[in-house]
Design a protein around this ligand. Structure first.
Ligand code: SF4
Length: 235
């Protein structure tokens, strides 16, 4: 089995991407065959997440989906999760919370940590919870697309993830924003209504605004704070 430890000695599989799902379904079929229950999908329930959930449900109906529930998400995001639960009743959706409540975090690090130290806040409420969720798991799935940002341009289908000492599987690397929406409309999938209100990328409420630049889908994330990533995808 391909693991973080066997990465150097293991031949990586290759996948065609000139098909309807641009390789995504083949990658998922390989991943669930390789890892069985030893893989989780860390889903933010943005529109790429909805596409991936639909594709995953075709390969493994009872897949484990982890949502990093920072307790700071939009009401619309929690409503989206409920719609997904209704549509895919066999998926195992885990709401993974940080060990510190918002009150405990404020006592230890000050009120509204996201305003004065967003990196620390993301570490406490996203990075550490994901590390906990991946404990004992060999691989995880992420909805990264190469088109999203310069830092994601070189992501492969199968990646060695030094940050979490894991294998990171990214089935959607070749999908464009248009591909994502075409798939959602074609299959009539539920999605977060904030996407229709100018939010292409949706994270925690205090750190997400409508996109400032229509050509930069992530320009509404931590706008004006010199931060572009929560830290899950940075070594
Ligand atoms: Fe905190 Fe903002 Fe990061 Fe959410 S996105 S964990 S509120 S800094």
């Amino acid at each position: 089995m391909l693991t973080y430890q066997t990465w150097e000695s293991h031949e990586l599989p290759s996948f065609p991407h000139d098909n309807e799902t641009k390789g995504a379904l083949d990658v998922l079929a390989w991943a669930y065959s390789e890892y069985k229950d030893d893989i989780v999908y860390a889903c933010s329930f943005g529109v790429e997440g909805i596409v991936l959930i639909d594709l995953i449900s075709k390969v493994k109906q009872d897949a484990e989906i982890v949502f990093l529930d920072t307790c700071l998400h939009f009401r619309e995001t929690y409503e989206t999760i409920e719609k997904v639960k209704e549509k895919y009743p066999f998926l195992r959706i885990v709401m993974k919370k940080p060990s510190l409540s918002l009150e405990e975090q404020a006592q230890q690090f000050g009120d509204e940590l996201w305003k004065h130290n967003p990196n620390k806040c993301c570490e406490l409420r996203k990075v550490i919870p994901l590390r906990e969720a991946l404990t004992g798991v060999t691989a995880w799935i992420s909805g990264l697309r190469r088109e999203q940002s310069p830092t994601r341009k070189h992501v492969e289908y199968i990646n060695k993830d030094d940050k979490f000492q894991s294998i990171k599987v990214c089935p959607l690397i070749h999908w464009t924003w248009k591909d994502v929406w075409n798939y959602v409309y074609k299959h009539q999938l539920p999605y977060n209504v904030l996407h229709d209100r100018g939010y292409p990328s949706i994270g925690c409420e205090p750190c997400t605004s409508p996109a400032l630049d229509p050509n930069d889908l992530r320009s509404g994330r931590w706008a004006g704070r010199g931060k572009t990533e929560c830290g899950l995808h940075i070594s």
